[in-house]
Every structure is written in C-alpha cells, then in structure tokens.
Design a protein around this ligand. Structure first.
Ligand code: NAD
Length: 267
C-alpha cells in the first residue's frame, strides 16, 4: 500500500493568517503526513490565532518575520538552522498589495504601490529561497502560490497580476539555479478562494462565482484541494520529477478557451 510519509521532514510554512488561509490547509495536510513544521507569521497580532490553530500540533516553531525585512528574515532562518539543522521544504503563501491598487485602473498605479506589491509578493520568494537553500542539504522543495492573472487579464487584479508574473518568472529562475542541488521550485496557481487577502480584491464576489460556474467542474475549488497538490510537490516520492512548473488547481478554468452557455446547456 502506498503511503505518503513525511516523517523526519522539516519545513517552513509562511502565510497563515487564519483558518481560511491556503497556507493553513497546506500545513494541516503536511502535518498529517508526519512533517515537522515551523510557521513564519507577519506581525505579533497574528500570533494568538496561530497559537490556537497549532495547539494540537507537536512542538510547532512559531517565528515572527516580515519576509521583506532582511534582518527579520535572517533572524528567522538563524532560528531554523539552530532548531532544525536542515530544512526539507518551504511553503511560500505570501502576498500583499495596497487595497487602492484594486480600486483604480492599472495605469494609475504609483511607484510606491508598485514597489510594495513587488517586494511583498514576488521578491519575498527570492529572499526566502536564498536563505532556505543552504539549509536544504539533502535537496528539498519550495512551493509558492500564484493566480491565473499572472498570464491572462483578470479585471481589477491589476498590480497583483504583475507581481504574480514576476513571482512565476522568479520561481523558474530559482528552479534552474537550484536544480543541481536537487531542490525543486514550483508554483501552484489556485482558483479563487474566500480568504482574508481575497476580501480586499474589488469585485471578488463576481470573480469567485464566475470562476466556479465557468470552470469544467462548475464549482469552486477548496483550500484542501490546493493542499493536496502542495503535498505532492513536497513529497520526494510523488513530486521528484517536477520543477520550474506552474500547476493549476482551479477546476479546469484555465484550460477553457470560450464560454458558450447555450451549447453547454444542450450537452
Ligand atoms: P491570506 O490572507 O490568508 O494569506 C496571505 C498571507 O501573506 C498572510 O498570512 C499575511 O500575513 C502574509 N504576508 C503578507 N505580507 C507579508 C510579509 N511581508 N511577510 C510575511 N508574511 C506576509 O490569503 P490567501 O488567499 O491564503 O493567500 C495566500 C497566497 O495564495 C497569496 O500568495 C495569494 O496571492 C495566493 N492566492 C490566493 C487566491 C485566493 O483566491 N485566495 C488564489 C490564488 C492564489
């Protein structure tokens, strides 16, 4: 019988804000498979909810870090090196843009909004990968979270779409450079999910319901479905051949070329 056993594997999960966070669903399945987890959280105010969520886990490491802050990022990895020695995987489920970028046309983006978004949502992967790589002495897996707007126009997504394009390109360059070290780097492009970050996207309600209705499954995906793919990518047994890849977990939405309700209703 095939079992996915991550016992003995140690990893860092970035981006748990609450129980709806994609990172939380991923952490749950990785823990269930036996992995030892550290959580990087952004700001002391998130600590109580993280403590509550992880209370039944065995010795989770909770580390505060703004991953765009070099000093905090370095300090987090110093603790990881001390406590874990080696690192086997990183889940990067981090993004931020000022709400204002969703509320006006893309061409009105300011330099400040551009820089903040790129730093938090794309550069952060590179900063984290750079620190994680030396600890991945036995190879490893780095997984980030992206969205279809990296490749196609999704109205309102604006600046975050540009950051997701940069994120996916960065993922490919990291995968290339880390390949010989047997470190896989991939992105999961998830369909719309109701999370804290999603709430600030203008028109998210429409984007969510249309994304579900027009998908091949005629439904939205769940955080657990994204987590299933993350488990595959983390597992050496299942994911060893995959790197430099953006994998869609979106109920088939991205593969649709045209939406014709009349024809569909006759099928
Ligand atoms: P979320 O709000 O639960 O998670 C975002 C996390 O990013 C939060 O935990 C936040 O604290 C963290 N973060 C932001 N800036 C940070 C920084 N400087 N340092 C450290 N952490 C920081 O929302 P989510 O939807 O679970 O988002 C996770 C990832 O999934 C994001 O990259 C998002 O773009 C992506 N994604 C979300 C959807 C969706 O519909 N929700 C779809 C596709 C991809």
């Amino acid at each position: 019988m095939l079992s996915i056993d991550l016992s003995g594997k140690k990893g860092l999960v970035l981006g748990v804000a609450n129980q709806r966070s994609i990172a939380w669903a991923i952490a749950e399945i990785l823990y269930e498979a036996g992995a030892e987890l550290a959580f990087g959280y952004f700001g002391e105010r998130l600590r109580p909810s993280l403590e509550k969520l992880t209370k039944n886990m065995n010795n989770p490491l909770l580390l505060e870090a703004d991953v765009t802050n070099d000093e905090e990022n370095t300090a987090m990895f110093e603790v990881l090196e001390k406590e874990f020695g080696v690192l086997d995987f990183v889940i990067h489920s981090v993004a931020f843009t000022p709400k204002s970028t969703f509320e006006k046309p893309f061409h009105k983006v300011t330099k400040e909004e551009w820089n903040i978004t790129m730093e938090a949502s794309a550069y952060s992967l590179v900063a984290v990968a750079n620190k994680a790589m030396p600890l991945m002495k036995n190879g490893g897996s780095i997984t980030t979270l992206s969205y279809l707007a990296a490749e196609r126009v999704v109205p309102y997504y604006n600046m975050m779409a540009v950051a997701k394009s940069a994120l996916e390109a960065s993922m490919r360059y990291l995968a290339y450079e880390f390949g010989e070290k047997n470190i896989r780097v991939n992105a999961i492009s998830a369909g719309a999910l109701r999370t804290l970050s999603a709430r600030s996207i203008s028109g998210f309600g429409t984007l969510y319901s249309k994304g579900g209705d027009l998908s091949m499954f005629k439904r939205n995906i769940t955080q657990k479905e994204v987590a299933g793919m993350a488990l595959t990518l983390v597992s050496d047994r299942l994911g060893s051949g995959i790197t430099g890849e953006t994998i869609y977990v979106d109920a088939g939405y991205q593969a649709m070329g045209m939406f014709i309700e009349e024809i569909e209703s006759r099928l």
